[in-house]
Ligand binder design. Structure first.
Ligand SMILES: Nc1ncnc2c1ncn2[C@@H]1O[C@H](COP(=O)(O)OP(=O)(O)OP(=O)(O)O)[C@@H](O)[C@H]1O
Ligand SMILES: [Mg+2]
Length: 372
């Protein structure tokens, strides 16, 4: 058992810097998910931990030992790839046994380990088959099995479920979570799927353009996003963003139209008047009586989902002026209201933001100033 330390890691390809100094401490037995859009550097970071890419700067350690200069095979880690990378001409058994044979284990020891892993993964009936005679989910399990038998210090996963259909992905996600918990093996898991990230992770690393923007538990990332990027990336439908201002007293938050919204309990240290971005998740808007309203939604499109209703429309401030919104559906606000809400186009809904769920970001830097 072992932790993984990633310290100020930098990656350059020629003149292009793709990882800008990332630090992550993966605790022993922890499952950390690295999530972010395509091209942000997730695979590159993982491959540097695995030893498949040179590390331009910084340090990677496994179990307290710096591994920057160690060959992949000497790092005591096992990696599961998107395409599984199974040997097509070998049986399932041999695919799982191969690494152990190379490592020089006895036949009996190999059999014992493969049998144990095959039982855990329900692969016993398929041990004599070739990979092409298996379903996608079964191949995925063989790839997992090949890692488990090696009893490594850590598992590294790079989008291991993205070749599976939606239903199987959910099932395999649960299996990986259970397996990782029961083995207690330290794991780094890369995905661009935010639901996978939220459900699997002990802690999330949200990456953007080679930078780790936030490292925290899934709920903290959801409730207290550190930047507008994180706020917009995690959550579906995406957070609504409105331009606003922080008053000279550092407390009063108003919309850009001048309409007051809410006051911060305490002034933000060192911040007077400034341009801010206000973020509100669709599910944190609640219907209230008009006297308690902070915002008004003029209903446009209504989507009835059964368990709840998604209402999209123009945002009006208290003076009924239209406020520009950067939302998922364009320049409209989205509100997710519980149950089946009978509303029609043109209706106006008085809304309030749940306490603590009005996120105020510095418009210039995108960094969080407060959640009120
Ligand atoms: N061998 C290489 N030479 C030059 N640039 C590279 C090389 N490999 C990756 N890159 C660049 O590094 C950046 C990060 O790539 P990486 O594969 O880590 O992204 P990713 O986050 O895994 O994306 P995806 O979700 O699409 O897999 C990209 O801009 C990519 O073009
Ligand atoms: Mg990738």
């Amino acid at each position: 058992m072992a932790g993984i330390g990633i310290r100020d890691v930098v990656k350059r390809y020629g003149d292009t810097k793709v990882i800008h100094g990332v630090s992550i401490d993966v605790a022993d037995g922890e499952l950390i998910v690295i999530v972010g859009p395509s091209g942000c550097g997730k695979s590159t970071l993982l491959r540097m931990v695995a030893g498949l890419e040179d590390i331009t700067g910084g340090e990677v350690s496994i179990d307290g030992r710096v591994v920057n200069r160690l060959e992949p095979k000497d790092r005591n880690i096992a990696m599961v790839f998107q395409n599984y990378a199974l040997y097509p001409h070998m049986s399932v058994y041999d695919n799982m046994a191969y690494g152990l044979k190379i490592a020089g284990l006895s036949k009996e020891a190999i059999r014992a380990r493969v049998d144990k892993a095959a039982t855990m993964l329900q692969l016993q009936p398929y041990l004599d088959r070739k990979p092409r005679q298996l379903s996608g989910g079964q191949r995925q399990r063989v790839a997992m099995g090949r890692c488990i038998v090696r009893e490594p210090a850590a598992f590294l996963f790079d989008e291991p479920l993205s070749n599976l259909d939606a239903k199987l992905r959910v099932q395999m996600r649960l299996e990986i979570r259970q397996l990782q918990r029961s083995l207690g093996t330290t794991s780094l898991y890369v995905t661009h799927d935010q639901v996978e990230a939220m459900t699997l992770a002990d802690r999330l690393v949200v990456m953007n353009a080679g930078v780790a923007e936030q490292i925290d538990t899934p709920m903290n990332v959801y409730l207290h996003p550190a930047t507008t990027f994180v706020a917009g990336f995690i959550g579906s439908p995406a957070m609504n963003f409105m331009p606003g201002r922080l008053g000279a007293d550092g407390r009063a938050v108003t919309l850009d139209t001048g309409a007051p919204l809410r006051a911060l309990p305490e002034p933000i240290a060192g911040h007077g008047e400034k341009a801010v971005t206000i973020g509100v998740r669709p599910e944190h808007l609640t219907l209230v009586g008009s006297e308690a309203a902070e915002l008004t939604l003029r209903v446009g499109v209504v989507e009835t989902l059964g368990a709840d209703t998604l209402v999209h429309g123009a945002l009006l401030d208290k003076g009924q002026a239209v406020v520009p919104v950067a939302g998922e559906g364009g320049e409209v606000l989205a509100a997710r209201l519980p149950g089946n809400v009978a509303v029609r186009e043109g209706d106006t809904l008085p809304l309030r933001v749940v306490e603590g769920a009005l996120h105020v970001f510095d418009r210039e830097t995108g960094r969080r100033l407060a959640d009120v």
